[in-house]
Design a protein around this ligand. Sequence first.
Ligand code: ZN
Length: 422
Amino acid sequence: MRFLRSPGAAAHPWTDPEELRDGQIRKLRAGLAEVLETNSFWRSRLTEVRSWDDFERLPLTTKAELLADQISKPPYGTNLTHSLDRYVRLHQTSGSSGDHPLLWLDTAESWEWWERIWSEHVYPAAGVSAGDRVFLAFSFGPFIGFWSAFGGAQRLGALAISGGAMTSEQRIRTMLDLRATVLMCTPTYALRLADVARRLGIELEKSDIRVTLHAGEPGASIPATRAAIESAYSAACFDHTGMTELGPTGFSCSQRDGIHAIESEFIFEVLDSSGRPAPEGELVATNLGRWGTPLIRYRTGDRVKVSREPCSCGSPFMKLVGGIQGRVDDMFTVRGVNLYPSQVEDIVRGHPEVTEFVIEHRRVREMDEVSLLVEVAGEDSTERLEADLRQALGVRLGCRVVETGTLPRSDVKSKRIVRVSG
Ligand SMILES: [Zn+2]
């Protein structure tokens, strides 16, 4: 495997935790000064913040509240600090959970903030630099996805190559023809491209790709998924977290045992189900550089466990151990055992014959029935997979082989759990 030549640590203006905290509150106070003058969404919810105590008393904000605001004041809602002519970009959420998409505007300054975080934190931590050719296997539609990664690569001085409006085969051939060194896409799609290449008789492990960088799903922090990607490409695989509403929140470093949360650009909190600070729970974030459409104490819905142990990469930022563990509402129960999709994924990805999977959760007469639908290449026996799942999870999870190509596929975000009623 061509590992990183020198996994670069990002530039850290604040290395001392006290300095970091002081910097956060200073940025927040400066940003809120204008927001509280003109942004009617926040004017109705916030008061001036002078201290951390003031901050912790502010209300939490949910996606449902943002959606309700846009529906009642279409199309953009009231979270606007400036008049419309100051905004230069419009994106929207993927709507993968079946929700009404949320529209999101950026000013030139806030978009520059997104791209700068890529070039100063995410790319350097993965060892990507100006000499790289970055191929983005992404549709470049209205979903914000990898748009900022594209701009960030350009800002870094690397060559940014769009893989929009291409079939998987075209993407593979373009990546090879242009000798791309970095592949960016969702982890599921990286495995799908590898599967397509295999069918075409193309050996991606012999390509120039030396780094793969992923977002949209937690897979790149799931050991078996990461191992499958690294073996398919003979490259080092990295994770990145971000959200349309918030911006780029984290990156995996040379240690690759979790995600560093970018505390120079966000305030992060982790709250338990009763809303109290805890080492494990829901991640709540406040961005400190997107003042045209800010979010204060936003409930991400992501389940995380944090560590403040120093990391050998030198980053001063706290770590989300093992990356994002899943969505707070993604838990399902099999015979009294609570499980998350990422636990299942970690087992499934150790079975290279499984090319796609989905967890089907069915509620029948007040009983939970969970089965795994899988697409397999070659012989379609699921006995070994069922045995491994039973051993790792402690419960029996039935697997059903479905025809290749019947499970939903996306280069944006794969939904791992499908809930069916009746
Ligand atoms: Zn680190």
